[in-house]
Design a protein around this ligand. Structure first.
Ligand SMILES: *Cc1c(COP(=O)(O)O)cnc(C)c1O
Length: 642
C-alpha cells in the first residue's frame, strides 16, 4: 500500500473540490482492502473531516485504534448495534423511523445526545428514506430530543458515467433541501458525491464529498480518466517459489485444464483464490515477472497459482511476481483484472486485500501490518482469559526476545499471581502477623486444646482488603494438595498448612479463636473435616452491606507445633503493601531464633528488630509492595531441660 500515492490522490481531490468543501474518507470494507486503520490515519493527516464505514463493528475497530474523528456509518444500522454506536461515539445514518425511535430510547436511557445523518433515497433504491416521504419523517426525527440531525445525504446510482438520471437525483435532493429550508429546517452538512460525482458533477459537491475508490487511485470509469491524475495505492506482489520444466503434453493444476503444447517452464506462486486471486482468473490472468507479462496457466488453487515463464529463461526462484501493480514499464491495473473477469475494480481491491500481509510504504519506509482477517484485539471486549493470557505470554516472548525466557517470565510472574485458572487477585495492605509460641497449659490451666504435646502457636493476623464474600472459609490443610485446593477456592479467606500432617483431632490441631471484620466479631457458622482438611466457615448475610468496601480483617488461630519441629514459615500469597511480622517466644525454652527471609525481586529487605529471649520482628514500610511468594521462616533451637 503506497501511502504516498494515497496522499497524492488527496491533493487531486482537494484540487477538484476546493478548500471549503469537507471530505469524508470512505474506509468501509477495511478501506477497500487497503487497511482501514492506516488509511484513516493518513486521510485525517491530509485533512479528512470524517470517516465513513459500513457498520458499527468497522467503526469500533477505528475507535480502538485511537481515532477520535467523527465516524459515520453509511449503511442503515440494526437495533443490535445501538449499544456500540453509543459506547464508541459513532454516527449512524437514519433511513427509517423505527430505528430512529429505538436509537432515541437508548440515548435517553443513557442520558446522552448523539449526532446522526439522515439518508434520502433519490433513486438509488437501497438505503435511505424515499425522497417524497422524507419531509414528514425528518420532522419527526427532529422532534426526538436526544438526536441531533447533523447531516442529510443521498447517493448516486450511476455517477461514474454521465447520464440524465444523475441530474434527476441531484435535483430531487436539492429540492428537498430547499423545501426543508422553506419550513425553517436547516441541516448543517449536506452531501451526495462519491468518486464518480466528484469527477463528473462539481454542482453536487454541496457541503461535503465522500470519495472512496478515487482516493485509492482508481478511476470509477474510463470516461473519468482525463479529469484527475490518480495513482493506485495497492499493488499485489509475491515471489516465485518453485520453477519446473515440463515436456509437451503435461497437465498443470486441478482437473488438468491446461496441457502444455510444447516443452514449458512453469513457475509456482504462493497465492490463490484464498488470497482473493479469483478462480475465474484460471487460464486468464497475467503476472509481471522481470518486467514482462506472462500468463496464468491451469486452475488457480486456494493457495497457489501456476504461470508459464517459458519466455523468461532468466526467471529464478525468488523473482518478484506482480499480480497487480507496476513492474518495469508494465502495469496490471485493478480495472484490467476486473474487465478480464467481468467484475469491477472495487471487487478486486476488496478481495485482494483480505489475506496477504500488507506492507505500507511511506516516504520510502516500509512497515508490515497484519492482514485484517486476524482480528484486532479489543481489550475491554475480550472475555476469553485464555486468549488474553496467550497474548500476554507472547508479549513477554517478544519483549524478552526469547520464547523460552518470555515463557519463564510469564509462568513465574503471571501464574504466581493468577494461578492456572482465574484466581481472584486481591491487594492486602498493612499486613500484620503476630505469632506467639507458648507452652501448652501455660496461661490456661487444664489446657486440652491444641498443643498439649507440643508448643502452642497462636497466630493473630490483620490486614485491610476489599470485602468480597459475606460467608467465607478459613482452611487448615494437612498436606500441600489440600493447601492448593484451598487456594483455588475463592471463598477461602485464609489458609494454614499443618507442619506435621495433623493428629486427626481437628480440635487439637486447629482452633479459630476469633474472626473480626472492622472490629465486629463474626460468628463461626460451622466447622467440618473434609477432604481438604479442616474447614471453619464464618460470616453472615448482614455482611453483604460491606461488599466492595475496604475492611480490616482480623483472624486469630491456635495451632500446635511438635517439639521436634523447629521452624515456622509465613508466606505471602497476595500482593501486599506494608508489613509487620512478630515472632514472640518469651517464656518458652526456645532460644536463638533466626529468621530466613525470602523477598524476591526489587522489594526492600525488611527491617529486623530483635528483642533477645522475647521477640523477632520484621517490618516493611506501608507504601512498599511485597509480591507473592515472599515470606519468612523462623528457625530456633531449644533447650528441653528448661
Ligand atoms: C461506498 C460509498 C461511497 C464511496 O463510493 P466511491 O464510488 O468508492 O467513491 C460514498 N458514499 C456512500 C454512501 C457509499 O456507500
Amino acid at each position: 500500500m503506497d501511502l504516498d500515492s494515497f496522499t497524492r490522490n488527496w491533493s487531486e481531490l482537494r484540487r477538484l473540490v476546493g478548500p471549503s468543501v469537507k471530505i469524508l474518507q470512505v474506509v468501509k470494507a477495511d478501506a477497500y482492502g487497503h487497511g482501514a486503520i492506516e488509511i484513516s490515519h493518513t486521510a485525517l493527516k491530509n485533512g479528512a473531516a470524517c470517516l465513513g464505514v459500513a457498520n458499527a463493528d468497522e467503526g469500533v475497530q477505528l475507535r480502538v485504534s485511537g481515532i477520535t474523528a467523527p465516524i459515520i456509518i453509511l449503511s442503515p444500522s440494526t437495533k443490535g448495534e445501538i449499544r456500540e454506536i453509543i459506547k464508541y461515539g459513532l454516527t449512524p445514518s437514519l433511513s427509517d423511523l423505527m430505528f430512529a425511535g429505538e436509537f432515541q430510547r437508548h440515548l435517553e436511557e443513557a442520558g446522552v445526545t448523539a449526532p446522526v445523518h439522515i439518508e434520502i433515497d433519490t433513486g438509488m433504491g437501497r438505503g435511505g428514506i424515499l425522497w417524497n416521504e422524507a419531509p414528514a419523517l425528518i420532522r419527526k426525527i427532529l422532534a426526538f430530543p436526544n438526536i441531533v440531525v447533523e447531516g442529510l445525504f443521498s447517493h448516486f446510482a450511476s455517477s461514474e458515467i454521465c447520464v440524465n438520471f444523475n441530474e434527476q437525483q441531484g435535483t430531487l435532493f436539492l429540492a428537498l433541501v430547499e423545501k426543508l429550508s422553506a419550513e425553517g429546517i436547516s441541516i448543517p452538512i449536506k452531501h451526495m458525491a462519491n468518486s464518480g460525482a466528484i469527477l463528473n458533477y462539481p454542482r453536487f459537491f454541496l457541503d461535503m464529498v465522500r470519495p472512496g475508490l478515487m482516493s485509492y487511485g482508481i478511476h470509477p470509469a474510463t470516461q473519468t480518466e482525463g479529469k484527475a491524475d490518480l495513482c493506485p495505492v495497492m499493488s499485489f506482489k509475491t515471489r516465485v517459489i518453485l520453477l519446473k520444466e515440463f515436456p509437451k503434453g503435461a497437465g498443470i493444476g486441478y482437473n488438468r485444464t491446461y496441457i502444455t503444447d510444447r516443452p514449458s517452464r512453469i513457475a509456482t506462486l504462493p497465492v490463490g483464490y484464498g488470497d482473493g486471486y479469483g478462480i475465474i482468473l484460471s487460464n486468464q490472468g497475467e503476472v509481471l515477472i522481470r518486467g514482462k507479462r506472462v500468463p496464468v496457466v491451469g486452475r488457480v488453487s486456494m493457495d497457489m497459482v501456476t504461470i508459464d515463464v517459458s519466455s523468461l529463461p532468466d526467471c529464478r526462484i525468488g523473482d518478484e511476481a506482480v499480480l497487480m501493480g507496476r513492474q518495469g514499464g508494465e502495469e496490471i491495473s485493478a480495472n484490467d483484472i476486473a474487465s478480464r473477469i467481468g467484475t469491477i475494480s472495487y471487487d478486486i481491491l476488496c478481495t485482494l486485500g483480505k489475506r496477504a500481509p500488507r506492507i505500507f510504504v511511506q516516504q520510502g519506509r516500509a512497515e508490515a501490518v497484519e492482514p485484517r482477517l486476524r482480528r484486532i484485539f479489543i481489550p475491554q471486549e475480550e472475555r476469553s482469559l485464555a486468549r488474553i493470557d496467550g497474548m500476554i505470554r507472547q508479549c513477554f516472548q517478544v519483549r524478552a526476545r526469547s520464547e523460552e525466557l518470555g515463557d519463564a517470565i510469564f509462568y513465574e510472574m503471571f501464574e504466581a499471581l493468577f494461578g492456572k485458572n482465574d484466581r481472584p487477585l486481591e491487594l492486602r495492605t498493612n499486613f500484620r502477623y503476630d505469632i506467639t509460641l507458648s507452652e501448652p497449659g501455660g496461661e490456661q490451666a487444664g489446657e486440652t486444646g491444641p498443643a498439649a504435646d507440643g508448643f502452642r502457636v497462636t497466630t493473630h493476623i490483620e490486614y485491610t482488603k476489599v470485602f468480597r464474600n459475606p460467608v467465607f472459609l478459613i482452611g487448615c490443610a494437612l498436606d500441600n494438595g489440600q493447601l492448593s485446593a484451598f487456594f483455588d477456592d475463592p471463598l477461602c479467606e485464609y489458609r494454614w498448612l499443618l507442619q506435621d500432617g495433623g493428629s486427626g483431632d481437628a480440635d487439637k490441631d486447629f482452633r479459630v479463636n476469633r474472626v473480626r471484620i472492622d472490629e465486629e466479631d463474626i460468628p463461626v457458622i460451622r466447622r467440618e473435616s473434609t477432604n481438604r482438611g479442616y474447614e471453619v466457615w464464618c460470616g453472615g448475610e448482614h455482611l453483604k452491606e460491606r461488599l466492595g468496601q475496604q475492611v480490616r480483617v482480623e483472624l486469630e488461630v491456635v495451632t500446635r507445633s511438635s517439639r521436634g519441629c523447629r521452624f515456622f514459615p509465613v508466606y505471602l500469597v497476595y500482593p501486599t503493601r506494608g508489613l509487620e511480622i512478630n515472632f514472640r517466644y518469651e517464656g518458652t525454652p526456645v532460644s536463638t531464633v533466626q529468621e530466613i527471609c525470602f523477598f524476591a525481586g526489587k522489594h526492600p529487605y525488611p527491617e529486623i528488630i530483635r528483642d533477645p529471649g522475647r521477640c523477632v520482628s520484621l517490618r516493611i514500610r506501608d507504601g512498599e509492595w511485597i509480591f507473592p511468594n515472599s515470606g519468612v521462616t523462623f528457625l530456633w533451637d531449644y533447650d528441653p531441660s528448661k
